[in-house]
Design a protein around this ligand. Structure first.
Ligand SMILES: [Zn+2]
Length: 399
């Protein structure tokens, strides 16, 4: 029996010594290591397994088709793309001025009234408000306690930005309050408090804000991510950290995100302006950029918190409407569709590994990628960023 690789996406060859080799298209992978890109294109039970014409040992004892990578982690699995709602959210945005040492914030951050700031976010399409006021760090929730006019289609979420230890953190869904001068204690104590007070079952979690601006090393970040699996991600884009000269562009942490993902760290990316002013696109220079587009079946607080925890969302810089309309990973392929023509890029290990112009694209996995993420950009300059689809181990199994 011969099975041609171009007829079946993946073929596994179990050898007599029980080592399993996997062939994905024209490549042979062994324990996630690429052995060859030019292997034999047809195999049969009883054949010697060869790579580049060289017998690598053992005879094929079993040939299996329709493989899937059992350890694939795809946050979009289960998204009902035809019925999903696109709920625009921020998790790092300030509406009041800090008041260090005080009981509550001051109004009129940079001269803007809190209601004006709120209204400007609403005007620009934000419907899920996980506002992150600090000093004191406590939830701006429920919204009606802080803003006079809250439209009926707006969803609130407890959250705050916490400082005091090394780094700044938001915790989507947490009602934890820390002292007005910043949290007193180490980051582990802070994390314990934040996680203890998560209000939605299975939803929300801690996000490490502007990790490059905070000067975190790779080890600092992996320490935090191994602490608890409710540390859900980093702020991959903090626009304030991109445009304010004092932060020297370090608000863009896409490279940090790729570094973590390349090392197998389970880490989503989140996108925020972190502005402390009204969102004013007419002001010269710095339109607010960054938001999280949540994919939810219903517009509710708990559905939004779950989307954060599970990474059922994508990042957008402008919120102009360019969106992913389908992301699917199966049978050794990842497929994407967008709602309009865009420049679609596939990224793994910090490199663009393929790109194309169109409204759909397909990537054939080689078996060597620890993760794949997708970016799309349109002619207006809008950019959207998928969450990663991760392959912690390439242990392909029967479907
Ligand atoms: Zn902030």
């Amino acid at each position: 029996m011969y099975l041609r690789l171009d007829a079946a996406p993946c073929i596994a060859v179990e050898q007599s010594d029980n080592e399993v080799f996997h062939q994905c298209r024209d490549r042979v992978v062994r324990s996630g290591v690429l052995l060859s890109s030019d292997c034999s294109r047809s195999l049969a039970v009883g054949d010697d397994v060869s790579v580049d014409g060289r017998v690598v040992g053992g005879v094929a004892t079993r040939i299996v088709t329709n493989l899937r990578c059992s350890s694939m982690l795809n946050p979009y699995e289960g998204v009902d793309w035809t019925n999903t709602e696109y709920l625009h959210s921020v998790n790092h945005e300030h509406t009041f001025a800090p008041n260090t040492g005080g009981e509550t914030w001051r109004e009129g951050e940079r001269g803007w009234e809190p209601q004006e700031v709120f209204d400007s976010l609403y005007y620009h399409g934000i419907r899920h408000f996980a506002i992150s006021n600090y000093h004191p760090s406590k939830p701006t929730y429920p919204l009606a306690d802080f803003f006079e006019e809250v439209p009926v289609d707006v969803i609130g979420c407890p959250n705050a930005e916490h400082t005091g230890t090394r780094g700044h953190y938001c915790a989507v869904g947490s009602t934890f309050e820390s002292a007005s001068r910043g949290f007193q204690g180490d980051w582990q104590d802070l994390f314990d408090g934040l996680l203890e007070e998560l209000s939605y079952d299975g939803g929300g979690g801690i996000i490490i804000n502007h990790p490059r601006r905070s000067g975190f090393s790779f080890e600092d970040l992996t320490d935090r991510f191994t602490y608890d699996d409710r540390i859900i991600g980093i702020e991959a884009w903090n626009h304030r950290g991109v445009v304010l000269p004092k932060y020297r562009s370090r608000g863009n942490a896409l490279s940090t995100w790729d570094e973590l993902l390349s090392a197998g760290v389970d880490c989503f990316g989140f996108f925020n302006p972190d502005y402390h002013t009204r969102w004013d696109w007419t002001r010269a220079g710095h339109p607010p950029r960054g938001r999280n587009v949540l994919l939810v079946e219903e517009q509710s607080e708990s559905a939004a918190a779950l989307a954060y925890r599970e990474g059922r969302c994508f990042g957008a810089l402008d919120g102009s409407g360019l969106r992913f309309e389908h992301i699917d990973a199966s049978n050794g392929q990842v497929k994407v569709e967008t709602d309009r023509e865009a420049y679609i890029s596939w990224i793994s290990c910090g490199q663009v590994i393929a790109s194309t112009m169109g409204t759909s694209a397909k990537y054939e996995l080689t078996g060597g990628e620890p993760y794949i993420r997708i970016e799309a950009a349109d002619e207006t300059g809008e950019r959207i960023f998928s969450q990663p689809i991760r392959f912690p181990e390439h242990d392909w199994q029967d479907e």
